[in-house]
Design a protein around this ligand. Sequence first.
Ligand SMILES: Cc1cn([C@H]2C[C@H](O)[C@@H](COP(=O)(O)OP(=O)(O)O[C@H]3O[C@@H](C)C(=O)[C@@H](O)[C@H]3O)O2)c(=O)[nH]c1=O
Length: 181
Amino acid sequence: MLFEPTVIEGMWKIRIERQTDERGSFGRIFCEDIFRERGLTARFLQISSSRTIKKGTIRGMHLQRSPSSEVKLVQCISGAIHDVVCDVRVNSPTYLAKAEIVLEESDDVLLYIPEGCLHGYQTLRPDSEVYYSISARYDPASACGVRYDDPTFDIKWPLTPVCLSDRDLSFPNYTNNFFGD
Ligand SMILES: Cc1cn([C@H]2C[C@H](O)[C@@H](COP(=O)(O)OP(=O)(O)O[C@H]3O[C@@H](C)C(=O)[C@@H](O)[C@H]3O)O2)c(=O)[nH]c1=O
């Protein structure tokens, strides 16, 4: 597993290294020991899949508030997505930074997204599927979000947005006291 830093402190792009032979290949997508050695969260309580039918669909920008903050390991297993993470940890050295990374099926890349960051994505192909390993239980009461077209982050979604959920459209823009601090 190769770990590449991103523009967000504590967020990593993880590349799977495969051993290949005439049958195909084998590669590790998670290793508790390696994650622990790197000081990363190595305990994931839920693994979920999200399938999206139409290209251009946006899901985001989401996070769960403390104490249900989540680390997410994200992988696109079919299709392709434009993935976006925004750092809204007020004490982070990369506060308000934004990471935009394309994930495609078979590209052997996972994103490790630390707690306290907004996450969302736009599908770049129809029938795209994303797997998430999540470190906290799903807690709808602590789930919140920011508008996909929020001016602070000014995300340049590559395609015309389609098919946002009513919930995503109801989110506010980001403000410095988003968490009521
Ligand atoms: C996120 C989630 C949703 N659900 C349910 C609630 C609802 O009925 C249905 C769809 O939920 P949502 O509309 O929240 O799904 P979605 O908009 O895809 O939410 C996801 O977006 C991406 C960007 C993330 O980062 C994820 O962590 C998650 O927030 O699934 C669960 O049962 N468990 C879960 O962990």
